[in-house]
Design a protein around this ligand. Structure first.
Ligand code: C5P
Length: 309
């Protein structure tokens, strides 16, 4: 008996960041777009809480209670007064410490998977509340599609998307810690530029219309100067993608993954090939957007049709 949940990565098509708040977080206008790169989280009953991970970056994933998937299981079990006796396996395809919300995806995925496994039937509101406690990006991993995140990014408004956007992601050799990038943002005095972050109307309209050219013209990431300051080599990756015909190139979230918007699927393949050949990144992957949020793909012991595991 097990449950498997598939959860997408994200790119921030707008990340407007204000100054540091008294609690250390930053107010954001954060336009999330879920993209078709996925982690799969499988939960199986066990004697005690245990996390395992597979995939090329598995060695970099913590398997203790600092893993958001473990914290999600503990939070859900705590609310329902049950033992978190579960084996959580993460099949990892989202880059680790890459600025694509891979850790958040695992948190949201484990939450949905444990809720199904334990039959705790937690309401959507309560699941989103637990997600927000786990981290600023976790609610979006649950919801998927596209959304505007305000506050520290956890207060979501779902956005319409009128078409498919074709992305290329270049994975860097190494990771960046999100708190370190925000600290660098503060050190560079970037927060003074955006006293009150707001979403760009041009960007929201481009998403709603599915207009790739308009989206390319409207994307922005206030964390990019801080990410480039900590990881200067990314400038070469961005330049290589632009030279290969990307309509726009930006750092994904806090980086160091870089994101490139292509006109169509074949353009994305060409840009990915050029990025691989450029020697400026570890790997390059194409992914369409939007993508659905956390979704049960393997319901375990008995699904609606009555099929058995
Ligand atoms: O919410 P989450 O745990 O993902 O945030 C990780 C870190 O990123 C925070 O501890 C903080 O340093 C930084 N952060 C921030 N402002 C936000 C979101 C995250 O400063 N809105």
């Amino acid at each position: 008996m097990s449950v498997t949940v598939r959860v997408p990565a994200k790119v921030n098509v707008q990340l407007a960041v204000g100054g540091a708040r008294p609690d250390g977080f930053h107010d954001l206008a954060n336009v999330f777009l879920a993209v078709g790169l996925y982690d799969e989280i499988t939960v199986t009953p066990a004697d005690a809480l245990r996390v395992t991970c597979s995939g090329p970056d598995a060695a970099q994933v913590p398997l203790d209670v600092t893993n958001l998937a473990a914290r999600a299981a503990l939070a859900l079990a705590g609310r329902h007064g049950i033992e978190p006796a579960v084996h959580i396996h993460i099949a990892k395809d989202i880059p680790v410490a890459g600025g694509m919300a891979g850790g958040s995806a695992d948190g949201a995925g484990a939450l949905v998977a444990c809720d199904a496994l334990w039959g705790t039937r937690t309401s959507r509101e309560e699941l989103l509340e637990i997600c927000a406690e786990l981290g600023s990006d976790v609610p979006f991993s649950l919801v998927g599609g596209a959304a505007l995140g305000t506050g520290r990014g956890e207060k979501l408004t779902v956005l319409e998307v009128g078409g498919t956007f074709h992305w290329v992601f270049a994975m860097a050799d190494g990771g960046l810690s999100t708190p370190a990038v925000f600290r660098e943002f503060d050190r560079l005095g970037e927060g003074a530029r955006t006293p009150e972050p707001v979403a760009s109307w041009d960007l929201l309209e481009a998403l709603a219309k599915g207009d790739t050219g308009a989206l390319a013209a409207a994307v922005s990431n206030d964390l990019e100067p801080a990410a480039l300051s900590l990881f200067p080599e990314l400038a070469q990756t961005l330049a290589a993608g632009r030279a290969a015909g990307a309509l726009t190139a930006l750092v994904s979230g806090s980086g160091p993954t870089t994101a490139f918007l292509a006109r169509d699927a074949s353009g994305a393949e060409r840009i990915a090939e050029a990025l691989r050949a450029s020697g400026t990144c570890k790997s390059a992957r194409v992914a369409p957007s939007p993508a659905p949020g956390a979704t049960v793909v393997h319901p375990g012991h008995r699904d609606a049709a009555g099929a058995r595991d």
